[in-house]
Design a protein around this ligand. Sequence first.
Ligand code: 8DG
Ligand code: MG
Ligand code: MG
Length: 144
Amino acid sequence: SNSKDLMPRVAIVVFLMKEGNSVLLGKRLSSIGHSTFALPGGHLEFGESFEDCAAREVKEETGLDIEKIEMLTVTNNILEEPKPSHYVTIFVRAVMRDPLQTPQNLEPNKCDGWDWYKWNDLPKPLFLPLEKMVHNGFNPFPVE
Ligand code: 8DG
Ligand code: MG
Ligand code: MG
């Protein structure tokens, strides 16, 4: 499509935190960021709250129910490859309502699978918007 038809979109992505300084990541199979590790999340729908979007996307993608959803920060992500895209990405954090629940790969066309990773031992490569935050020293965990 012509660039004049393109618009920035709002994405909500979730640092789902588990005891032991771990977060949930999955290797993307979507064209944007293919083969990179990213957080669960997706597009904010018309009329939706940030919290409702975060809970809906995590449920759709992993089957997990989340709570204690808190807004962390927002970044502006302009990507040219593999196609022009522009996301205003809102990062939230949350925890599992039931800590014994395990993630399921409910969208296997979009994700290779979900797993927990220690914040100090993240997989590579990270999806660029996430990589930039890590590079800048951002830490989603609450200060002790
Ligand atoms: P939807 O149809 O379920 O709404 O969308 P989706 O298929 O789940 O979209 P997505 O690609 O997972 O997320 C939308 C955009 O959010 C993605 O193309 C770019 C932006 N985004 C970031 N960082 C991250 C991240 O860490 N994870 C995810 N999933 N998306 C991210 O800027
Ligand atoms: Mg989604
Ligand atoms: Mg998604």
